[in-house]
Write a protein that binds this ligand. Structure first.
Ligand SMILES: *[C@@H]1O[C@H](CO)[C@@H](O)[C@H](O)[C@H]1NC(C)=O
Ligand SMILES: *[C@@H]1O[C@H](CO)[C@@H](O)[C@H](O)[C@H]1NC(C)=O
Ligand SMILES: *[C@@H]1O[C@H](CO)[C@@H](O)[C@H](O)[C@H]1NC(C)=O
Length: 401
């Protein structure tokens, strides 16, 4: 008996020693690999910015605030610090859309109250220019965002051949459908088209996530307000959401919920079934999905995805008349053409605005003067909807002590 219990004690001690040794080894191994990771990328300014911020995260951890994740994304050789309270903004920018995308990102960072993380998807050859442009933003704005630039990618599996998707559409068209399986560490994102401008803090639209019920996994605005003008109800040859369909240019996506939904497999089925019947690519696929799963969609108002359709004949987005436009969407290239001078004026005001400049005395004045100078148009008649949110932002910041 005594021998047996001695053996037990010995075995216990041996086990304990092994555990301690393994723990010590792992501690060193982890520290070592962190050092290794840091070294080769220190040349890059972006990484310097990110690593500057890491102490901040450690401080917060020390204070015991547990809503901070220090998990590190390692999709390329870059590091992204993920914090739970950050707002994640995704954009797919290909071809000649880089400048427009950067103006969109600038509008997001101008008003934001939360820390932003940009997820930019683009062609391989554009990655470097995106990084250079974003790194060039002034230091006081660098604190407000982190970013990651990814090359366009499609998940590949037996059921789901990446090549098929590339063949069916232009390479970038359907990228966003796959965000749930690419950004696997991210809970939720706001996806926007490149031709979007934030006229209010991103926080305002992000807050809508709180209004989702337990089945809703995405948020979108209707494609139209008016049946007489609707595209889907008059022309679509495939199922679509609700009476008038939804517009996909501004989309809240709960990626966690999308990952555990039939989203991805459905997209695969729809593309086979409907590929000859769809006109607007991914937007049509999204409409087909929410036709079959309407309980999964949260529909938000037109002031969060305001398009020229909302004012070109007459003002049909009543909420925007009250609150002003939160998120402006220059679809059909209205930023660059003369058909909608008011939209062009807003874009040019943001494009010309330097981040260091005053929102009140530069951006807002410039915007008002460009709107005033624009040729007359129906959208121009309600031009205060383009300035109201910016004015409210200015008023709210100047009232702060
Ligand atoms: C997304 O859904 C998950 C799972 O239901 C939930 O835990 C998370 O809080 C949601 N995210 C947001 C931003 O609402
Ligand atoms: C969530 O809201 C949608 C749209 O109003 C509705 O169809 C769905 O049934 C709701 N889900 C729950 C669980 O109440
Ligand atoms: C902002 O403040 C000015 C001056 O107090 C006021 O005239 C204006 O109506 C306010 N704008 C908004 C949108 O609240």
């Amino acid at each position: 008996m005594i021998f047996r219990s001695r053996l037990k004690v010995m075995l216990f001690k041996l086990g304990l020693t092994v555990i301690i040794l393994v723990a010590v080894y792992m501690y060193y191994a982890i520290n070592k690999s962190n050092e290794d990771d840091d070294e080769p990328v220190m040349l890059d300014k972006h990484v310097e910015v990110v690593s500057d911020k890491r102490p901040v995260i450690n401080d917060i951890e020390k204070k015991g605030i547990d809503n901070v994740e220090s998990s590190i994304l390692d999709t390329s050789n870059k590091r992204l610090s993920l914090r739970k309270e950050s707002i994640h903004l995704a954009v797919v920018s290909c071809g000649d859309r880089m400048e427009e995308s950067l103006v969109m990102l600038k509008s997001a960072v101008l008003f934001t109250r939360s820390h932003l993380v940009f997820h930019v998807f683009t062609e391989k050859e554009n990655i470097k220019s995106f990084q250079e442009q974003l790194d060039f933003w002034p230091p006081d704005y660098q604190d407000k965002f982190d970013y990651e630039v990814y090359s366009i990618q499609f998940p590949d599996s037996d059921k789901f051949k990446a090549e098929d998707w590339k063949k069916l559409f232009k390479p970038c068209a359907c990228q966003r459908l796959f965000l749930p399986s690419i950004l696997t560490d991210i809970d939720s994102i706001l996806y926007v088209d490149t031709d979007v401008l934030f006229l209010s803090p991103v926080d305002d639209i992000w807050k809508l996530f709180e209004l989702f019920n337990s089945t809703q996994l995405a948020g979108l605005a209707p494609e139209h307000e008016d049946k007489a003008m609707g595209w889907y109800n008059r022309f679509a040859r495939h199922p679509y959401y609700g009476e008038l369909g939804v517009n996909s240019g501004v989309m809240l996506m709960n990626l966690t919920r999308l990952r555990s939904s039939p989203w991805l497999i459905s997209m695969h089925n729809y593309i086979i079934e409907y590929k000859l019947k769809i006109t607007y690519g991914d937007q049509d696929l999204i409409n087909i999905y929410f036709h079959y799963f309407p309980e999964q969609l949260y529909v938000f108002g037109c002031a969060m995805n305001y398009r020229a359709d909302h004012c070109m004949y007459m003002s049909i987005c009543k909420p925007a008349e009250k609150t002003g436009v939160y998120v402006l969407h220059g679809s059909r290239r209205v930023w660059f053409e003369d058909k909608q001078p008011a939209f062009k004026a807003v874009y040019n005001a943001f494009k010309e605005h330097r981040l260091r400049g005053s929102i009140k005395f530069e951006l807002l004045l410039k915007l008002n003067s460009l709107l005033k100078k624009s040729p007359e148009s129906n959208c121009g008649k309600v031009s205060e909807i383009f300035t109201k949110q910016i004015e409210m932002y200015v008023n709210s910041t100047s009232r702060q002590p």
